[in-house]
Design a binder for this molecule. Sequence first.
Ligand SMILES: NC(=O)c1ccc[n+]([C@@H]2O[C@H](COP(=O)([O-])OP(=O)(O)OC[C@H]3O[C@@H](n4cnc5c(N)ncnc54)[C@H](O)[C@@H]3O)[C@@H](O)[C@H]2O)c1
Length: 675
Amino acid sequence: MSTRRIGVVGAGNMGSGIAQKTATEGFEVVLVDLDEKAALAGHERITRLLAEGVERRIFRPEQAEAIAARVTPTGRLEDLADCDLVIEAVFENLEVKRELFRKLDGICAARTIFATNTSSFTVEDVATATARPDRVVGLHYFYHPAKNRLVEVIPGPRTSEETRAAAWTFAEATGKTPIHSADSPGFVVNRYFVPWINEAVRLLDEGVADLPTIEEAAKRAFRIGMGPFELMNVTGVPIAMHAANTLGERLGPFYAPSQRLVEQVDSKENWTIGGDPDESKFEAVRRRLLGVTFLIATAMVEEDVCSVEDADIGARVGLRWSMGPFELANRVGVKDAAAMAEEVASRWSLSVPGLLSDRAASGKPFEFELVRLTVKDGIAEILMNRPDALNALNQSVVAQLESAFDAAAARDDVSTIVLRGAGKAFVAGADIKFFVKSLDRGDLAGIRSFTERAQELFRRIDDCDKLVVCRLDGLSLGGGSELALCADVIVATDKGSLGFPETGIGIYPGLGGTQRTTRRVGVPLTRWLVLTGQIVDAETAAAIGLVDEIVPVERLDARIRELHDAGAAPERRKADLTGRLADVSRFFADASVDQLLTGDAPASSPALEKMAGRVKTKAPIATRIADRLIREGAERELSEGLAMELSHLDEIFATADAYEGLSSLGRKRPEFQGK
Ligand SMILES: NC(=O)c1ccc[n+]([C@@H]2O[C@H](COP(=O)([O-])OP(=O)(O)OC[C@H]3O[C@@H](n4cnc5c(N)ncnc54)[C@H](O)[C@@H]3O)[C@@H](O)[C@H]2O)c1
């Protein structure tokens, strides 16, 4: 289903931000408010924020202009007639929302999906007003929706699977990190976050600690920049009370606003923050706030509102907590987590969910499904699901990928295996923190066994009899690109990309990047990619033969099904290099690694000179090893080439440059010394 033209109704805080982000990702947006003036005000809000983005160098001026031009402000609902998806962000008033959808039912095409951004009603409350409840879904954004990546995707009881899937695809296509929520009060994040804020006020009300103490204790316990009171001041104290009221009405008195919160709203004042915290009270505050979080998060999962993983992603992405509720429970220890939840539950005659008490009894920490296998109609889909870590490969991910792949490969009812990543990346390489930690411990053997295990797995993927398809709908780097290259077919969208940045962090691609790449694009272009670290977009990747096909995102799954129905990978096209890419290929066929590293390679154009110049900034030992692996590996069997990659592992990780490169990542530009 195509969702290229999007309607947003309500050009206020949320609607204008949703419109802005949607247009930023290339969609045409019709932005409607009560009249044209209000819609224009929303559009002005967008241009103001974009101008700030230009000042902060997030956008170039012409990009900002193009984004603003993709949003058409209007006072006429009729202008939404041919939209594929209409998202409402009007006042939080059920009758207003229902009346709006009633009108839209008569205006929009039968295929149009309606999404509600409501925070306090259910999707079903809204859907009943329409004649298309199967095409109504919740898309719950978080403030500020142009910046906060989290979106809860909420199917109501009558939402069709097709509608849910289209909403999910739309969320991902607009650079969001979607999580799934059942159609229940507060959905996922507000269900525990609102009571968390409320509990902070209760602690104040009960005199457990004073305000600066609660604020500071909360910041430390959850490793956050703003405590509950400052957050309320920023987002509006009444909003916290309304949210607690709605939850209280539906879920009982534990969720209802505390008396002190009601009084604060009546005073029309913000909280006064200031004063010295009393550290002796920190522990009491910490236990209560964590207890509330554990009690609700585990109840939610037990009620099938969301998964353990999505509860945590919601906290990390939407609230910017450094850990989600379940990671926090593991950190404090499940026994103590259950005791904290019990302390809170007993005050309200609630009971601790079995999900938590059973863990406490067994003492086993919560486990996270980082890789998810689903099988449908002969296709096994393997989803790398750590979207906020860009699905980076660490030991646990590789172990789970291995189990998922082996399980899929062993099934008789599966003939196609699809590899994909959640969120905006496919897989952004290996987890660099793991390498740094291992080097700090002097544990080269750990790095070696991780690499060997991943190489073996990649080999099994490569050799698999079933059709393996890489669904490359986002960034891939290093180990992610190497995983992609194990597939029989790489089907990308225009958001797909590949690259090997390793030589820029002191190492070389060790999971087949120096080997499988040459088998697709030849030695010169592999040297270009690996020695310069150049990241190539899907179009360039397809032009050189690194990617097999590019399809629009809304065609991606249908195309994969076509490949599955055909039962085999189409014959690989021979790359036909012209222009710039032909020049690049010639240049990297001729230039020696010494010339590139010293800057003496004879470049015939400024563009080539710039490319050659990039090699000079890389780690020399890693660059030389990579160059040899590429050239010598191309002459041998793949297995020999892969063994050669492994044979230099200890040598490269023992260099000072590897440590410098890996530990500088994200902090500073590394300074390589060639040792
Ligand atoms: N503010 C938040 O943090 C937040 C977060 C998630 C969800 N939400 C939800 O998003 C929705 C909008 O919230 P907001 O903060 O943007 O409110 P807002 O008051 O800033 O904006 C609402 C806009 O809708 C317009 N509007 C009202 N009725 C309309 C109608 N019938 N047709 C067209 N336009 C109409 C108003 O003129 C106004 O511009 C609410 O449902 C709210 O619960 C808000």
